[in-house]
Design a protein around this ligand. Sequence first.
Ligand code: NQM
Length: 376
Amino acid sequence: MPAPRDPDRDGVPCMLLRGGTSKGAYFLADDLPAEDDAVDDLVLRIMGSPDPRQIDGIGGAHPLTSKVAIVRPSTAEGVDIDYLFLQVGIDEPRVSRTQTCGNLLAGIGPFALERGLLSAGGTSARVRIRLVNTGDIATATFAVEEGRPRYDGDTAIDGVPGAGSPIELEVSAGAGKALLPTGRARDEVAGRAVTLIDNGMPVVLVRAEDVGATGAEAPPALEADAAVARAVEELRLAAGPLMGLGDVSDQTVPKVILLAPPTDGGDVATRAFIPHRVHTSLGVLMAASVAAALRIPGTVAAGVARDGSADPESEEPIVIEHPTGSLISRVRVRRDADAWHAASLSVRTARKLFDGTVFPRAAASASPAPSGRTLP
Ligand code: NQM
């Protein structure tokens, strides 16, 4: 009998894909250890963390390129695939399971097809995906050719050069999840008016001017502004418990999104703290949360948006401006006796970048040997 595969000796099968405006390492759950702690240790060593440059691993030294997707066939009724997302710390040895990622979600259907977890005849595939981190359910629809995903096409998304094949992502909330976690369209947190909303990604929406920003800054300028960063973190820490997330000091959620009136023909302008770096564009589920808020009367988003875009009956696409262009989100909101609900649809692209075997950095030894030769 062959010896069981040892990740350190034999490496781990891994596919790198760009999903939307992010990039991540995709694995089959069966190719990883069973225990969470062992998975965390392994993905940290694969990505090259902790190290601000992730120089000894495949991470890209930014939160948008330090992401992992773990995929397995689902046992849930009516669902094809389970997708677990890991946000891998860069300069800290930390792996977070508290959020999902709508951008890597774009690559899940194609990856599952590439790995033979699904088969698809005809010209398109429709895959039901459970977002294990949040319990939400997504349906991904994408083009296939001879049973393989198509990556080439004419669909361009801002923040990614070129164009690709469109991947439609329809996301709806898992059972029992509240769109407005406090039940209110607007709250006062740390002395500021905010909307706390979770349409796939828990976010705190605040007017940019209320934290001392304009909402037109480039991400590095916002990251360098210590007063804004302090105000944003104060809001986030206070909002976390109100959103049912508990103490969020060590979590990557909620995200804080600064809102301002649109300046480029869209419905609203955004700058997203994820939660400490500033997004170079906008997460697709963050956009869904902004879009749902925009359609709910009384929210901070409805107050900032272009006149006429805050109509709850409207099914027009919502154009959300971000630092590198805009993202279009379609959202339907409805109110029943108890609460507001939402479902959203967005279009992304994804591309297979690499498929092979990744070799983790060696586990840290207690006393590393000195590097280099000693000169006489
Ligand atoms: O909101 C970044 C991204 C995300 C999240 C982050 C995302 C989403 O990849 O749907 O995809 O939350 O750190 O853009």
